[in-house]
Design a protein around this ligand. Structure first.
Ligand code: WQD
Length: 391
């Protein structure tokens, strides 16, 4: 019953309505340990996603409990939704202060960012303002309100063209695009902040941050009730293939950006992982920020990057799939007979990105068990049920 339960911890998710954010929030709600707060400016997302996430969590809570769920468990499936731009510092501050009388914000999962590699080199200042300046502003507000725990949404693009495959976390960082550089800069800014707010006992006043470097997230919740819905035409391979199969993108062929790479079939290789496995990685990382826990001690025992409490983990399966292999997998999942046409390489693409998943597995117990067939089946199920997404 509710009085034997720990009070909910307030956790803020920026970019909460997005593809990653909505699946991360869904996974947080299912733990019934957090009161989730979303901040999103809906630049590349829809508020309806959050309504559906909350409905899904409540439906699954009721289905799972043989008795009437506790009031607190029911409350934990409701999301506090704020439409707000992270660069609107005063609005973000007032959101933080509104939780001061409710225990304050325990931790932040910072996912909000612009992420199109090609676009980033066309409008660099917009990317630096939205991805870097907003992160600095968020950190300043967190410090002001004594909110000292951060999960940062980073990306395999911080490695540029990696010297070795599979990629370990200590690999040097070298953003090869404006987008990639925004991710590297934010990691360095967060690291420097961790180092500056680090007392030697590593006690409560330390600022703790875990940076999760995503490889290629794919798929959707198996219900098909939430999924990826970018505004405008999808740029990423898997959502584009799903839209082609359902007919909301009418391109006659899939343009393959180069097949002259040093890979078995000449097309780029990526490490695709299921969005729900990626989301689960965020919940484990959040639990690792609980000072005094065994997980916390293990994670921050060896921080390669800095003496501060900063740690980075790759989130990937450790397997690579080429563009043509993805097209084949989607041909099987959708029954759509894709035609492909090889054109020139896309600027910013690297031949191969495959995670070495050993560190996250050893220290966070992170695993990404769902296979490519499941990713394609779940993506297709979402797209068929929602051809025009959340509109
Ligand atoms: C995958 C492969 C393309 C479209 C990007 C960002 C990364 C992350 C995930 C934010 C590449 C090829 C694609 C097409 C193609 N985003 N392709 N024809 O580039 O690995 O990663 O999205 O964090 O930061 O860089 O993903 O899906 O765009 O491309 O041939 O029409 O498919 O060249 O090799 P990518 P992608």
């Amino acid at each position: 019953n509710s009085n034997s339960q720990e009070p909910l911890k307030n956790v803020l998710v920026t970019g909460g309505a997005g593809y990653i954010g909505s699946h991360v929030i869904y996974t947080l709600l299912r733990t019934h340990k957090y009161k989730v707060i979303s901040i999103d400016n809906y630049h590349n997302s829809f508020p309806a996603a959050l309504t559906r996430v909350s409905e899904l969590a409540l439906t699954e809570l009721k289905a799972a409990s043989d008795s009437q769920p506790s009031a607190q468990d029911i409350d934990s499936t409701a999301i506090d939704v704020h439409e707000c731009d992270l660069n609107a510092a005063s609005a973000v501050r007032s959101i933080f202060s509104s939780y001061s009388s409710k225990g304050g914000i325990w931790g932040v999962i910072h996912i909000a960012a612009y992420k199109a590699v090609g676009e980033s080199s066309e409008i660099p200042l917009t990317y630096y303002a939205n991805n870097v300046a907003a992160t600095i502003s968020l950190l300043q507000t967190m410090q002001e309100f004594g909110c000292m725990r951060l999960i940062y949404s980073s990306s395999a693009t911080v490695y540029g063209v990696p010297p070795d495959i599979p990629i370990k976390e200590e690999t040097r960082r070298e953003g090869d695009s404006v987008y990639g550089r925004t991710k590297v800069m934010c990691e360095l800014i967060i690291q420097d902040f961790c180092d500056s707010v680090m007392n030697d006992s590593g006690s409560k006043t330390s600022f703790q941050a875990i940076s999760l470097r995503y490889f290629n997230p794919a798929g959707a919740h198996p219900s098909g009730y939430i999924g990826e819905h970018p505004r405008g035409r999808p740029e990423n391979l898997l959502p584009l293939l799903a839209h082609m199969a359902v007919g909301t993108v009418t391109d006659p062929v899939l343009k393959v950006f180069g097949n002259d790479y040093p890979t078995p079939d000449g097309t780029c290789i990526r490490d695709y992982l299921h969005i729900l496995d990626l989301a689960a990685g965020h919940v484990v990382a959040l639990q690792a920020l609980e000072e005094g826990s065994e997980l916390n001690a293990k994670v921050f025992a060896s921080s390669i990057q800095s003496q501060g409490r900063f740690k980075a983990y790759n989130l990937g399966k450790g397997h690579g799939m080429s563009v043509m292999q993805i097209v084949d997998a989607m041909r099987k999942a959708t029954g759509h007979d894709y035609k492909t046409e090889v054109i020139g390489r896309r600027r910013g693409d690297v031949p191969e990105l495959i995670a070495d998943p050993a560190l996250a597995r050893a220290e966070l117990g992170f695993d990404a068990p769902r296979d490519l067939e499941t990713m394609c089946r779940d993506l297709w199920n979402w797209q068929v049920k929602n051809p025009t997404g959340y509109e």
